[in-house]
Design a protein around this ligand. Structure first.
Ligand code: ADP
Ligand code: YYY
Length: 675
């Protein structure tokens, strides 16, 4: 996950490969709650691990439900409808911004009469719950507003006897209200002698497919609800939830929409494997958003599907504009809005008033951000009409606001396929954690850049602070980091261990040795054939040895490809001696970092001491000067600034000042207009 203020996506050209999507949020949270209401244990497989499922699990634990998480497998030991919070005081449940937790939990607790308060983040307190509360009150439930009437936070308490068995609920604001009632009310009629409960939907029911998911899952847990059209549902007496032992969660169909769209935009392949392949969700899906497939086909996508897979290629190009009632796919419809940027003509998405009460006012947010890219957008009460930029010159490199809305962030990543070849800046990319924490990693693993992957080179002499600066820049930009010196150090370590002298006579053997080495860098650690060799290569004498092997032309050639392959999306910061001159000569920013020899020797001394190595300052100074001499005077790829490198002497600068300087150089090179 990219927990950084912004992520710059370089212009993307193509996409192909297989993606395994995380589990569906809607199914995961329903299944977790239903399992909690059963007697016995249900093992939920392939569950989504995200912000919204975490708040659900935390709430269930607070209510005394047994929860055991092992990756994406969650074992829930239910309470058979009798929650047992650990303390006698009302449970205080914090539900973040998860509508799929707030609404059903509120209903279940109210129907069971379990005293509790339910709250969330500020946006959750702006998302309506009044229609649900009105329905619950008809059934004798006690629900009070703790803030503004009609919105969370709320408090539920003991249920009263004053109940009706024919309850009306409005269907036009959020289908989650009906879902919540359908999940909660069976708890009230466990005996065959109970009265049936009739639920009447007033007004048009929106997002019907989500109700189908609910009914489907209720049946999986042993409760059959009778449905008459979409306006009357009957909860039968004798309803009891039964643990199905194992439940498999489908991959999220809404998350699939981004990869379906990306394939339609940028997978021109025709070969068997030359496609975007989505695993875990397909034609047999119970999720409403699978119908996004039809909408994407209508826009021109070439899609094949099996029971639980999809294969996507570009079909018609440019895409075809559509005019579509999107009431059945409110979430995935956002993806259509961004696909509209690539269509001929104006795309109109209708009947999407519910966008206004989602994670943010999605109608207004979508219109604002699409306009930043150069599109012409008309925003109505319940529709949006999008006309793409007229010509290439109208596209703009935009800084996309994401409004703490995962779908805004994911949708707008698709703008990186723009024909103008412009990058896209996504603000607060970590908001995808709501449903798909590794979304950007998954996208970037399959996408190819339109041009070169952006690279920042930091070259300079030993102990000038290259590694510190480069790794910090990488962290802040969400880029990969290449510590090229570590490759020479690993080579020196392996050659020394193999008893090879580090000279020209043994060059061929050292080169052969490199071919067998399999260094792996992960999370700041360096693995060599399964051994964590991070400490060994930092030993006092290993810098000098690395410098010796690095003077051998064969060694440099053998390590060349390995270094270039490190340039992966979304970008790379590389440090070494010849990053700017030899390895990445096309890099848009090259920095030549220096500091006086005394400063550098002093830094290295402190660093070694802090790491538990003993070293004498005067020896270090002498070693460093010898190394400078060898690195600058060798025949191949000597240490020297690239012609277009920016010099930075950080003798008098702190680490943060150096980072800020280079960041400001980098940001000044980007085409984003200030927003
Ligand atoms: N600008 C700076 N000011 C003070 N100390 C620094 C600065 N940059 C780096 N250092 C410190 O100097 C030491 C050597 O830095 P390092 O990044 O390992 O250098 P290099 O990769 O160039 O050999 C580290 O302990 C680091 O914390
Ligand atoms: N791109 C590179 C990186 C390092 N080297 C060589 C030269 C250096 O003296 C050694 C060790 O590099 P490293 O960056 O780890 O050394 P310092 O941390 O700067 O002391 O490797 C190189 O020749 N080319």
């Amino acid at each position: 996950m990219y927990a950084i203020p912004f992520l710059d996506l370089p212009a993307l050209a193509q996409i192909r490969g297989t993606v395994v999507l995380p589990g569906s949020k809607s199914i995961s949270n329903r299944v977790l709650l239903l399992a909690a209401l059963c007697e016995g244990t249900t093992v939920v497989h392939d569950a989504l691990d995200s912000d919204d499922t975490r708040v659900m699990l935390a709430a269930l634990q607070q209510l005394g439900v047994g929860v055991q998480v092992n990756g994406t497998t969650v074992a829930i030991t239910g309470c058979g409808g009798r929650f047992a919070p650990s303390s006698a005081a009302p449970a205080e449940l914090f539900l973040g911004n998860a509508g799929t937790a707030m609404r059903p939990l509120a209903a279940v607790l109210a129907v069971l009469g379990v005293p509790a308060t339910l709250s969330g983040v500020a946006r959750m307190h702006e998302r309506p719950i009044g229609d649900l509360v009105d329905a619950l009150r008809q059934f004798g439930c006690t629900v009070d507003y703790l803030g503004e009437t009609g919105y969370p936070p709320i408090r539920v308490d003991q249920i009263t006897e004053n109940r009706q068995y024919s309850i009306s609920v409005k269907g036009n604001v959020s289908s989650q209200f009906l879902t919540a009632l359908l999940m909660a009310l069976p708890l009230a009629v466990p005996s065959p002698d109970d009265q049936p409960i009739e639920l009447r939907v007033e007004g048009e029911l929106i997002s019907k497919p989500y109700i189908e998911i609910t009914l489907n899952l209720l049946a999986r847990f042993g409760v059959i609800v009778r449905r008459d059209g979409w306006s009357r549902f009957t909860i039968q007496p004798g309803s009891r939830y039964r643990a199905p032992e194992h439940v498999y969660v489908e991959a999220d169909a809404s998350s699939a929409s981004y990869f379906i769209a990306a394939g339609a935009l940028a997978c021109e392949g025709r070969g068997e494997d030359d496609c975007v392949r989505i695993k875990g969700v397909g034609a047999d899906s119970i999720q409403g958003d699978i119908r996004f497939v039809d909408a994407a086909r209508a826009m021109g996508a070439d899609i094949r599907s099996g029971a639980n897979w999809l294969e996507i290629r570009r079909g018609a190009w440019p895409l075809k504009a559509i005019d579509l009632d999107c009431n059945h796919i409110p979430d995935a419809a956002m993806t259509l809005a961004v696909m509209a940027l690539y269509a001929e003509g104006t795309t109109v998405l209708r009947n999407i008033a519910s966008w206004r009460v989602k994670e943010t006012d999605r109608l207004s947010a979508m219109a604002t951000e699409l306009r930043k890219l150069g599109a012409t957008v008309e925003e109505g009460g319940d529709f949006i009409a999008i006309t793409p930029p007229r010509e290439l010159g109208v596209w703009r490199a935009a800084t996309i606001g994401t409004y703490d809305d995962h779908r805004m962030a994911m949708c707008f990543s698709l703008a990186a396929f723009n024909p103008a070849g412009l990058p896209v800046r996504i603000l607060d990319p970590k908001c995808v954690a709501k449903t798909f924490p590794d979304y950007f990693e998954a996208l970037l693993a399959l996408a190819r850049p339109r041009g070169e992957v952006p690279v920042i080179c930091i070259d300079g002499p030993s102990a000038s602070g290259k590694g510190t600066l480069a790794s910090e820049l990488a962290k802040r930009l969400g880029y990969h980091y290449l510590d090229s010196g570590a490759l020479y150090r690993v080579t020196a370590l392996a050659a020394t261990r193999a008893g090879l002298s580090l000279d020209a006579e043994h060059e061929a053997n050292i080169v052969r040795l490199i071919q067998t080495l399999n260094p792996r860098f992960d999370d700041g650690r360096i693995w060599l054939n399964g051994e964590d060799c991070g400490t060994a290569i930092r030993a006092d004498d290993m810098g000098g040895k690395a410098s010796q092997v690095s003077a051998l032309p064969g060694v440099r050639a053998a390590l060349l490809d390995l270094q270039r392959r490190a340039a992966r999306l979304p970008g790379l910061v590389a440090d070494g001696r010849d990053m700017g001159t030899v390895i990445f000569p096309q890099a848009p920013l090259k920095v030549f970092l220096t500091a006086t020899p005394e400063t550098r020797a002093d830094r290295r001394h402190k660093q070694l001491m802090a790491n538990g190595f003993d070293a004498k300052l005067s020896d270090l100074l002498a070693d460093l000067q010898a190394r400078d001499a060898r690195d600058t005077q060798r025949s191949v790829a000597p240490l020297k600034p690239a012609e277009d490198a920016k010099p930075l002497d950080n003798s008098q600068l702190g680490i943060e000042e150096s980072v800020q300087q280079v960041l400001s150089w980098w940001l000044a090179l980007q085409p984003f207009a200030a927003t």
